[in-house]
Design a protein around this ligand. Structure first.
Ligand SMILES: Cc1cc2nc3c(=O)[nH]c(=O)nc-3n(C[C@H](O)[C@H](O)[C@H](O)COP(=O)(O)OP(=O)(O)OC[C@H]3O[C@@H](n4cnc5c(N)ncnc54)[C@H](O)[C@@H]3O)c2cc1C
Length: 242
């Protein structure tokens, strides 16, 4: 049996922007015939440090993939900070491989419930963009959270997603007196996710820190969601910064 080859490429950084305090979105030029399914990720390393690889999920429109792709990166450690220092159009020595991953959304689930912690929202952006651009009648309920309103990734895009039929629900965990936040406060729990989705037959996608994903998965199963309808992507053993 032949193994599927994952292409390796050296993409040019086209632009970078701050998405939220401590999180930056990078747009790279795509290699020839580049394509991905929302949920997939790429592996990045610097040419002078081939042993240090990091995974970043594709967060841009799959329809734009022939031209460019984007990742949103939390500035949490040495690798992400080096990435954050790259200047558009300069030689950065970045090597990329992929896309990888079977944790995907292709628009076939009648109702997808997407639950993210912090930067875990990034693959869900690609899923929301896919639905909107394909004019899919599929239902998406998006449950996202951040410590502060400013920490909600892609916040300026939510109204556009809502216009495409996506039910975006935000929660803030530490709004602070100065934020004027009038929305929901607190963490997503299995019970609050289930109440927001109101659909025992939906497919539940969970993405973020290990503990958050594990707790939600266990809680959803206790509520009666079947294991095959819970799809998890664990990013590591950390607590959310955003
Ligand atoms: C399949 C997959 C997809 C991923 N996609 C993304 C993505 O799209 N965007 C992204 O920012 N990260 C993503 N990650 C996490 C990412 O690969 C790295 O772990 C992260 O960038 C840390 O690398 P570092 O060298 O900068 O920091 P390190 O020195 O390796 O880590 C510093 C600390 O930050 C914690 N940490 C790791 N990731 C995060 C995070 N996202 N938010 C808060 N704390 C974190 C680590 O556990 C550690 O405690 C993904 C991980 C996996 C497995």
């Amino acid at each position: 049996m032949t193994k599927t080859a994952h292409p390796t490429f050296w993409p040019a950084l086209l632009s970078a922007r701050d998405e939220a305090p401590g999180a930056r979105t990078f747009r790279f030029a795509s290699p020839e015939r580049f394509a991905f399914t929302p949920g997939q990720f790429l592996m990045f390393h610097f040419a002078d440090d081939p042993k240090t690889w990091r995974a970043y999920s594709l967060c841009s429109s799959p329809h734009a993939a022939r031209e460019y792709f984007e990742v949103t990166v939390g500035m949490v450690g040495p690798f992400s900070e080096r990435l954050g220092g790259l200047a558009p159009h300069a030689e950065g020595g970045l090597v990329v491989r992929g896309p990888f991953g079977k944790w995907i959304y292709d628009g076939s689930a009648p109702h997808a419930v997407l639950v993210a912690g912090g930067t875990g929202l990034s693959p869900f952006r690609a899923m929301c963009l896919l639905n909107g651009e394909m004019g899919l009648a599929r239902k998406i309920t998006l449950c996202c959270s951040a410590k502060t309103p400013e920490g909600l990734l892609y916040r300026a895009e939510y109204d556009g997603w809502r216009m495409n039929g996506i039910d975006v629900k935000e929660k803030i965990t530490q709004p602070g007196a100065a934020s004027n936040w009038t929305g929901e406060i607190g963490r997503w729990t299995a019970a609050s996710v289930f109440a927001a989705a109101n659909d025992a037959a939906a497919v539940y996608y969970l993405c973020g820190p290990n503990k958050m994903v594990q707790e939600l998965r266990d809680g959803l199963q206790r509520i009666g969601i079947t294991p095959e309808n819970i799809r998890t992507e664990k990013w590591g053993d950390y607590t959310e910064l955003f």
